[in-house]
Design a protein around this ligand. Structure first.
Ligand code: AMP
Ligand code: ZN
Length: 468
């Protein structure tokens, strides 16, 4: 089965194969570490994580994945000077928080997380090449700008036609209305305070866009397979990355550009500047589980906007709880029917459908819908008593494979304390003796001590989790 991905560059779904053998090289624009990341940011990173996991666990590729850490920019410099702290002290706090957060959300560890301030030399070298090749020029104050009129393909990603540059732009983020030559190197200004680098260009610091060209090519080579980021990065950031990288190498920089849509709240993009952000920690402090948050962020197709509401989060929590209780049943229920061929067929169909939907530009919403339909079919079969242990083992294996992509750590629900199993046996004995007092005592104890709720079925006793 072939994977198709929607490429922002060509505006269509294209068959994906890596350039070199079995290895997929991915670059994901990472966080600016001047504050806590918000759950909109995590939507972008979880999307990259799902892509990576699907390529690895379903498509059999090896992945080399880079995410940069922007540890210098206008906002960081402002904060450092306002609070009169050291740059390193300031950013290391937020870097630590970022890594804690992505661990909490169970993102896989990517292969490289390069920090911009540790690569100033590489950045200077790249800018020198752009100067030598005539794509860049120095301004009077010593800053260096990229001359977009020199790059004939400028606008090919964002679809901007007839580029008429209006001005020279020194700030990092700007809109299509402002379009112009952008800063590669910013000469020192008094308001930069203590934050600068001494280089052969004099005192100063890099602009924002150059870092991603440099770090992507340093760790992945001149042409990379997939570049991801939110739709807000298409222009100017990614347009500028292409202009820089392709001017330097004369080769195609990125084969597939993938952009996730925004997480929105009450109709507006979640963003710090709109003052509507919610952090991971806000939600954890309110008692929501990381699994529910992760599931909510991954379950809408990445090219659709995701409207954040607390109702949706609660519903995500219920879904994950149902999944957890389903795998518990698959593993521990003492079923005794004979091997069911119909279930086997449905399982094969479920496997095929999951992959078919995911192959269609990672259509996870449809993939999940078909998965839940299958789960409800299995539950009906179980209730009718028509399945064997082998049936359930096979289904469990499939669900756990799907979970390699979802990343909900469902297997953790299968590690049950031996004492629980012992107590359940003891309770069954007590019930046989009609010692209902003891039976109830055990039920209550298991609920209090382990948070598990016992349920008596025709296959004996099974438990459910409440907290996920
Ligand atoms: P930033 O730190 O603003 O550069 O954002 C880091 C990543 O998060 C980028 O890929 C952004 O496109 C993405 N992003 C920012 N806000 C949102 C949002 N509300 N929804 C989804 N992605 C976002
Ligand atoms: Zn970037």
């Amino acid at each position: 089965m072939v994977l198709k991905l929607y490429n922002t560059l060509t505006k269509r779904k294209e068959e994906f194969k890596p350039l070199e053998g079995n290895v997929v090289k991915i670059y994901t624009c990472g966080p600016t570490v001047y504050d806590y990341a918000h759950i909109g940011n995590f939507r972008a990173y979880i999307f990259a994580d799902i892509l990576r996991r699907y390529l690895k666990y379903f498509k059999g590729y090896k992945v080399i994945h880079v995410m940069n850490i922007t540890d210098i920019d206008d906002k960081i410099i402002k904060a450092v000077n306002e609070q009169n702290v050291d740059l390193e002290e300031y950013v290391s706090k937020y870097i630590k928080i970022f890594f804690e957060d992505i661990k909490t959300l169970n993102l896989e560890t990517f292969e490289y997380y390069p920090r911009v301030t540790k690569h100033i030399k590489d950045i200077v070298e790249a800018i020198k090449k752009l100067l030598e090749k005539g794509y860049a020029y120095k301004s009077k104050d010593g800053s260096i700008y990229y001359d977009i009129s020199k790059f004939k393909d400028y606008g090919k990603l964002s679809g901007i036609r007839n580029v008429k540059k209006k001005s020279r732009i020194s700030h990092d983020s700007y809109s299509k209305e402002e379009i112009g030559d952008f800063a590669l190197w910013k000469a020192y200004k008094p308001e930069d305070g203590k934050v600068y680098f001494e280089t052969e260009f004099g005192r100063g610091r890099p602009g924002w866009h150059i870092e991603c060209s440099v770090l992507a090519m340093k760790y992945l080579g001149e042409t990379i397979d997939i570049h991801t980021g939110g739709v807000d990065l298409i222009f100017p950031h990614h347009e500028n990355e292409i202009a820089q990288s392709e001017a330097i190498t004369g080769k195609q920089f990125v084969r597939f550009w993938l952009h996730n849509e925004h997480l929105i709240v009450e109709g507006r993009k979640m963003s710090k500047s709109l003052g509507n952000i919610i952090t991971l920690r806000d939600l954890l402090n309110k008692g929501y589980s990381w699994r529910a948050i992760r599931f909510l962020l991954l379950s809408t197709h990445y090219r659709r906007q995701l409207n954040f509401t607390y109702d949706a989060l609660k519903s995500a929590e219920n879904t994950v709880r149902n999944l957890a209780n389903f795998v518990i049943k698959l593993k521990f229920l003492n079923v005794n029917g004979k091997y069911d061929e119909e279930l086997k067929k449905k399982l094969e169909e479920a496997r095929r459908k999951f992959e078919e939907y995911m192959d269609d530009d990672l259509n996870i919403s449809e993939a999940l819908a078909s998965l839940f339909e299958f789960i409800s079919f299995v539950n009906k079969k179980i209730n009718k008593g028509e399945v064997s242990r082998k049936n359930l083992d096979e289904v469990l294996e499939f669900i756990l494979k799907v979970d390699k992509v979802l990343g909900l750590k469902l297997d953790e629900f299968l590690n049950v304390d031996e004492n629980v199993i012992k107590l359940i046996k003891e309770r069954e004995e007590a019930r046989k003796r009609k010692d209902y007092k003891r039976a109830d005592e055990i039920r209550n104890y298991i609920r209090e001590k382990y948070g598990l709720i016992l349920e008596d079925t025709k296959y004996g006793t099974i438990w459910r989790v409440e907290k996920i």
